[in-house]
Structure formats: structure tokens, C-alpha cells
Design a protein around this ligand. Sequence first.
Ligand code: SF4
Ligand code: SF4
Length: 135
Amino acid sequence: MITKRLVLSFPPPLIDQPVTFELVRKYNLKINILRARITPREQGRLVVEVTGSKKDMDAGLKFLDEMKVEVKALALDVKFHDERCIECSACTSVCPSGALSVQRPEMRVSFNHEKCIACELCIPVCPFNVMEIVF
Ligand code: SF4
Ligand code: SF4
């Protein structure tokens, strides 16, 4: 089994089509939607975690290519500069994945890179730029 984090961009004609459903049904892939957005130009964008065998993954990606869905690897990465953190915990309340959390009983704010979905919600919240998006 392999897992990929991908950004899928859907052109307007495909926005209401069950493309991800087809990935599950026809290609036996497990899809975890991390983020979904429709842009002002009505282009749909999904950040997904896709899991399956290499054969199914290759077939599913070929299907997306044929459907004219743009597929890019999730290239964003997030760094936690803990030396700047004052443990105010403001970021933990906006983090949707639990990547930022308060460790008890020490009450220290910690970052779990494995749980981070690069949603960027913590960036504007932190007054000390502890979180950095790396492209
Ligand atoms: S980018 Fe920030 S808010 Fe989003 S999941 Fe990662 S740590 Fe949490
Ligand atoms: S908002 Fe910034 S300073 Fe406050 S706990 Fe989070 S990372 Fe640390």
C-alpha cells in the first residue's frame, strides 16, 4: 500500500461530477479529503490523501489525467520554530488536525508533523511566526 497527498484541481465542467467517488468505486482507492475549496473562477480544488496499491494508484491517476483533472503533489511543508514559541496556545484552537496541541501536565505546545495537513490556518494566528510554510 502507498499513500500520496495530492492537490486535485477540477475544471468547471467537472465540479459536480462524482470523480472522487469513481476513484473509490472503480480503482479501490481510499480517499481522505483534507481540504476542499471552490475558487472565484469556479474551479474546484481538493487536497486529498489517497491510499491504495501501486497498480490501483497508477490506474486512478491515469483516470484523473483522462478526465482533465490537474494533479499535483502536495508540495507545502510546515516547519515549527519552537525556539520562538511562547506557549500561548492560540494556534491549537484553530488547528483542524490536532497537529498542534497542548501537552499536559507540562502545558507545552507541541507540533506533530505527521498530523499536519498544511492548511495554513495557524499562520495568521501566531504572533511570533513560529509556523513557517516551506514551498
Ligand atoms: S498548517 Fe497549522 S493549523 Fe494546519 S494542520 Fe498544520 S499545524 Fe495545524
Ligand atoms: S500561536 Fe505561536 S506562540 Fe502561540 S503557542 Fe502557537 S506557535 Fe506558540
